[in-house]
Design a protein. Structure first.
Length: 167
């Protein structure tokens, strides 16, 4: 049975390979330490207790209103807007194109909605690695930001409606 859990020492990070060396290295060498230091949280998808099929990382940050798509920028004051960043999302090469990326993304969205309800945020941001990754996120309602072509934004209202949570 598939399960998404917070990364722990019990998860075997050594065998994970998504085909992108930087993401593999982050999971193997940095993710757990960042979690322990409170910098970010990494969640892993697994079938058994140790094998990682995919992962994603969430972190908090701020963004300037002028970084938002123009139709959203006018709704907020100019600076220091709270946000959640989907810092990384990866699926094992052997498990790609089987819906696991979508499963991880929806879990990240669900956790972001919980954060929004308890702390308040403008939305969920992601920096896509390339155009095809942008297209993946756009399928789920992400909108490209004004100043950065590969940066995308999912507003809080869209996050909530995607999970059928009322504002």
């Amino acid at each position: 049975m598939l399960k998404i859990a917070l990364l722990s020492r019990e998860h075997d990070r050594t065998r994970f390979d998504c085909g992108i060396p930087e993401l593999n290295l982050f999971l193997k060498a940095t993710a757990r330490q960042h979690g322990e230091k409170g910098i970010s949280r990494t969640f892993v998808l697994n079938e058994d207790e140790s094998t990682i099929l995919g992962f994603y990382t969430l972190t908090l940050g701020e963004i300037e209103a002028n970084q938002l798509p123009s139709r959203y920028a006018k709704k907020y004051p100019g600076h220091g807007l709270p946000a959640v960043r989907l810092a990384r999302l990866a699926v094992s090469i052997r498990r790609q194109r089987k819906g696991y990326g979508e499963l991880l993304l929806f879990d990240a969205i669900q956790r972001t909605v919980v954060i929004a309800e308890h702390a308040g945020i403008t939305g969920l941001f992601v920096d896509a690695k390339n155009e095809s990754v942008c297209l993946f996120y756009e399928k789920y309602g992400f909108i490209r930001c004004n100043d950065k072509y590969l940066q995308l934004f999912l507003p809080v209202a869209t996050l909530r409606s995607s999970l059928r949570v009322k504002e």
